[in-house]
Design a protein around this ligand. Structure first.
Ligand code: DON
Length: 304
């Protein structure tokens, strides 16, 4: 397996030239464009890695699946999905258009920015600090890594440049989708995007979902029902407005982030973490997606 991963990294490294590192937030553009790494934890506790799997980067949108788990634990499935839909949009992740024009009157799904900001507002806690601390503790538990923390430079960049996210937050408040304090919801959202992880951490999150919400210790942290909801939304909405093509080409429930990370879940088999900060036009890791496509073919991992 390690040989296969090493070959896949080598073979796809050149594809990092085809994309660009995200630069719409100061500091994100400091990532090394030609970095590429992959890590796998399988259900039998074996682990394999190649390339830059130990390099830190910000989790970004991948945090949206974790805040969704906690929001459902805190509020129940019915409440959460009364505020946010379950449908893909076909629009970019930060699009604002459907918020007002659609008859739906709620964000289409929890993995676009508008939906994720609404989800962050639902995490229980007295204030932004307590809400975020609960989320960070939850993510530390799932990754089994107590050292995870926020990159404060990136958090400041997110907060200073996040005007469109603010606009969506206030719109959601005006519609009654956000019931609490909007600034608290935005602060939790900006902070959760700025948590630093490695591809290895992402593989652990993937393994957690591959085990339907169980830790290595055997503790069931989320119900199998919640794990199923998350995996299904990863298939339909996890790779932004490229989720359909990704499902055909790779066929593994996955979630990407503009930091260059991808977490993939092969149910009952393994968790995969990928890091490659050079992004395609939709915001997905260009070499990372290519690597996953070949890995999926090689090991016949498609769930379809
Ligand atoms: O600008 C933002 O909201 C980002 N920091 C979102 C992160 C991301 O990966 C894109 N999302 N779907």
């Amino acid at each position: 397996m390690e040989d296969l991963l090493r070959n896949l990294v080598k073979k796809n490294l050149g594809k990092t030239k085809l994309g660009e590192v995200a630069n719409y937030i100061p500091e994100l553009d400091k990532a090394k464009k030609d970095a590429l790494g992959v890590y796998i934890y399988n259900i039998d506790q074996e682990e394999f890695g190649a390339g830059d799997y130990d390099v830190k980067f910000t989790i970004q949108s991948i945090s949206k699946i974790l805040s969704l788990m906690l929001a459902i634990l805190d509020n129940g499935e019915e409440y959460v999905f009364s505020k946010v839909g379950m449908e893909p949009t076909g629009d970019p992740f930060n699009s604002i258009t459907k918020l007002e024009t659609s008859s739906r009157k709620k964000p289409y799904n929890p993995l676009i920015n508008a939906g994720a900001i609404a989800v962050s507002s639902m995490i229980h806690g007295r204030d932004a600090r307590e809400k975020f601390q609960r989320l960070l503790d939850f993510i530390r538990k799932i990754t089994e890594d107590e050292t995870l923390d926020v990159n404060y430079k990136i958090y400041c960049g997110e907060s200073e440049t996040g005007n469109k996210n603010r606009a969506m937050g206030y719109f959601l408040k005006s519609q009654g989708i956000i019931e609490g304090n909007v600034e608290d919801a935005l602060d939790v959202y900006f902070k959760q995007c700025s948590i630093e992880v490695t591809a290895k951490n992402l593989a652990k999150i993937g393994l957690f979902l591959a085990r339907s919400g169980k830790l290595s210790s055997g503790e069931q942290v989320i119900s199998t029902r919640i794990a199923t909801i998350i995996k299904t939304l990863m298939v339909t909405c996890g790779m932004y407005d490229n989720s359909g093509e990704f499902a055909v080409r790779v066929g593994i429930p996955s979630k990407s982030g503009v930091g260059g990370g991808i977490v993939s879940v092969v149910p009952g088999k393994m968790g995969i973490g990928v890091f490659g900060p050079s992004l395609d036009k939709k915001g997905n890791s260009v070499a990372g997606v290519a690597l996953l496509e070949e890995l999926s073919k090689e090991l016949n991992l498609t769930i379809f």
